[in-house]
Ligand binder design. Structure first.
Ligand SMILES: NC(=O)c1ccc[n+]([C@@H]2O[C@H](COP(=O)([O-])OP(=O)(O)OC[C@H]3O[C@@H](n4cnc5c(N)ncnc54)[C@H](O)[C@@H]3O)[C@@H](O)[C@H]2O)c1
Length: 254
């Protein structure tokens, strides 16, 4: 029970990686507030996990503030903030209209700053806090065509993690992130054939796509007191995907 009685706000947790994080937290004794823009699946996930749901768009300051307020109203404190909400439309840079750029940067990057800013006041008052943000290998380590805005947003999160970790260190608050590789979620499955998903697995040294639980285990570590001396960094959770120099990395191709 590594999070016994901790109060955790997990944003972007109706489904996918975020739901996996919330579930793992509950298994370790935390009480969770699930914040998401999808009211139906968000409420269902919260009910399944015995948590509380709040409907928000993390890109809006009033909504990020409301999510933190919901945790405080219900439990009187906030120990853990996870900002995991993210969108990843596929568009070549030559076709990205400014509105789409603003939308991706608004949810992924501005949403991270808004959530951190909202959670800072109660964590500062408690002199305790754990912030964990979902970045990506896409942007900070690697990229592919169609991810110009997404790559910029996730590389931006890594920079923000360092700045926030430094500013908040004196208040007993740590700030870290995870960089998932290819994780099999509803969002990733949309619009991709099983053959394409198999071709993604073929590029991963550990031989499979990740699961939400794989990412959740790393987030759990960073949110727990086992990581009390770790701040301003990220953990790559990619099955070794970013290791190969080229496509000829298998010792036994069969
Ligand atoms: N799946 C992957 O392979 C992968 C890899 C690297 C990073 N990531 C990152 O992990 C996170 C989760 O990805 P996923 O694959 O589970 O996605 P997903 O689409 O399955 O789930 C994302 C969740 O965030 C919510 N959300 C989206 N925009 C929101 C907003 N404006 N306000 C509040 N909630 C919002 C969605 O409703 C959904 O519940 C994202 O930040 C994504 O960029 C995913």
């Amino acid at each position: 029970m590594r999070l016994q009685d901790r109060i955790a706000l997990v944003i972007g947790a109706a489904r996918g990686i975020g739901a996996g994080i919330a579930e793992r937290f509950v298994q370790e004794g935390a009480k969770v507030i699930i914040a998401d823009r999808e009211p139906d699946i968000g409420a269902a996930t919260a009910a399944r996990l015995g948590g509380h749901f709040v409907g928000i768009d993390v890109a809006q300051k009033a909504d990020a503030d409301r999510a933190v307020a919901a945790a405080l109203e219900r439990h009187g404190r906030l120990d853990i903030l996870v900002q995991n909400a993210g969108i990843y439309p596929w568009t070549l840079i030559e076709n990205i209209e400014p509105a789409e750029w603003d939308n991706v940067l608004g949810v992924n990057l501005k949403g991270t700053y808004l959530a951190a800013r909202a959670a800072l006041a109660p964590m500062k008052a408690q002199k305790y806090g754990r912030m964990v943000f979902t970045s990506s290998i896409t942007g900070p380590r690697v990229t592919s065509p169609g991810h110009g805005h997404y790559s910029a947003s996730k590389a931006g999160i890594n920079g923000f993690i360092k700045a926030a970790a430094l500013e908040f260190a004196g208040y007993g608050i740590t700030v870290n992130g995870v960089e998932p590789g290819n994780i099999l979620t509803e969002g990733v499955q949309q619009g991709r054939s099983p053959a394409f998903i198999k071709s993604m697995a073929d590029m991963i040294p550990l031989g499979r796509l990740g699961t939400p639980r794989d990412v959740a285990n790393a987030v759990l570590f960073l949110a727990s007191d086992d990581a009390e001396y770790i701040t301003g960094t990220t953990i790559i959770v990619d099955g070794g995907q970013t290791l190969p120099e080229g496509a000829d990395f298998r010792l036994n191709p069969e």
